[in-house]
Write a protein that binds this ligand. Structure first.
Ligand code: SF4
Length: 422
């Protein structure tokens, strides 16, 4: 009989849907912060945690948003104490996203005291004019101050988020931002090319002809990023993500265990093997030790719970999505129900196709054996034609053990990945 604790889901995401103001490019679900609604949300989130705690034993926790750091100390205390009461603390990696305008020494210390060990800071740019253009609430000075506060509070795993191809951003500005950002000495770097989502002010400006998109400049900026980050000691492990390797011998070879949702395995009470663990030397050695383990789990098709308005869960092959409306979310939880808007049980082949597509975003690509263990399908049988097509195009390489995208292919990872969807 499998240990019942081993059956539980090991990855937990919590969505905090509030922002001080809406950024010009943002299409995430968030709303302006309002005192009463935030308190109601905190109570509802704790209720949702209580409803799923029996099925959780988090090794990674990630508070994303929105702007999690907008919660005040009292609200954080309530949530962290609930996690403690429900025996959900003690994750190997516990990340909170922070806006540089909302970091304080007290908050940083409190988070650290409760086991938060990774902070992801939304910097986006270090150019004042671009920060304004993006509608960010922080200044460049606040980035420097917040980084210092976080280090002093004992955080030794910090991520900086940066954006490129912002309208008005020249190569010179990007180089200057990159140089300053790399000089911080963070452990991790996440980067995003601006995308123009419907219903955002930036999209409206583009439609109105206020600026043009320069695809060549965007490509050149991406190449500059890869070259400079690599020269600064980062290792790229995903299309947009870079991390450093460990400082100690032990850290050089961390363990990345992925909990795969295979067909019947992992159902509580079925007595079968609870989790499929894939722990191949290939994967471990190809991912830097400061890689975001929480995100690696997504890209490898692992199970996770997502709580909060608009959050998605993927547990044992079933995908659910919470209502993207904070009022409605709170109302449902106040009635003692999870606020689930939709539920989809993916057929095995469709699930495997999505897993293939996500995993290709990683530089390690897919070791064939690992993919087979994760999905029960063999890439070499089911997707042979697609793999050949990408190799011929120069976007991918293949050997006896694995298939992965080349640097050129990574630049077009979304198009490449689409071929694998079923
Ligand atoms: S802070 Fe983040 S989630 Fe909030 S509006 Fe800006 S980009 Fe969107």
């Amino acid at each position: 009989m499998a240990d019942s604790a081993a059956m539980r889901v090991e990855s937990l995401y919590l969505h905090v849907p509030f922002c001080a103001q809406k950024c010009a490019y943002c299409a995430f679900y968030s709303e302006p912060s309002g005192g009463d609604l935030i308190n109601r949300y905190v109570a509802a989130l704790i209720r949702e945690l209580e409803l799923v705690a029996h099925d959780l034993q988090p090794r990674t926790i990630f508070f994303g948003g929105g702007t999690p750091s907008l919660l005040n100390l009292r609200q954080w205390e309530q949530i962290l104490r609930a996690l403690e009461r429900l025996n959900l603390l003690g994750a190997d990696e516990f990340t909170v996203e922070c806006n540089p305008a909302t970091v304080s020494p007290d908050k940083a210390k409190r988070l650290r005291d409760f086991g938060v060990n990774r902070i992801s800071m939304g910097v986006q740019s270090l150019d004042e004019q671009l920060l304004e253009r993006l509608g960010r609430i922080h200044t460049r000075e606040m980035v420097f101050q917040s980084f210092d506060i976080l280090r002093r509070a004992g955080f030794d795993n910090l991520n900086l988020d940066l954006m490129f191809a912002i309208p008005g951003q020249t190569m010179e500005i990007w180089r200057a931002t990159l140089a300053e950002a790399l000089a911080f000495g963070s452990e991790h770097l996440s980067t995003y090319e601006v995308i123009y989502e419907d219903d955002t002010p930036l999209f409206a400006q583009l439609q109105a002809g206020e600026f043009d998109v320069d695809e060549n400049l965007a490509c050149a900026m991406y190449e500059e990023l890869v070259a400079r980050a690599t020269a600064a000691g980062f290792r790229q492990y995903e299309v947009a993500n870079f991390a450093r390797d460990g400082r100690t011998e032990r850290d050089e070879h961390p363990t990345f265990n992925i909990q795969h949702p295979t067909s019947n395995e992992g159902e509580p009470g079925n007595g079968g093997p609870a989790v499929q663990r894939s722990n191949t030397p290939t994967l471990q050695h190809s991912i830097p030790s400061f890689a975001c383990r929480h995100n690696v789990n997504y890209w490898r098709g692992g199970s996770f719970y997502g709580l909060g308005p608009s959050a998605t869960s993927y547990v044992r092959g079933v995908r659910t999505k919470n209502w993207p409306n904070t009022q409605l979310y709170c109302e449902q939880l106040e009635k003692g129900k999870r606020a689930i808007e939709s539920r989809e049980e993916l057929p095995p082949l469709k699930r495997a196709g999505e897993t293939a597509a996500f995993g290709l975003r990683m530089n390690a690509g897919w070791p064939f054996e690992e993919f087979r263990r994760a999905t029960h399908f063999d890439l070499r049988d089911e997707w042979s034609a697609e793999m050949n097509q990408l190799v011929e195009r120069g976007w991918a390489s293949r050997d006896a053990q694995q298939f992965r995208l080349t640097p050129q292919g990574l630049r077009f990872a979304d198009s490449a990945a689409e071929l694998f969807l079923r």
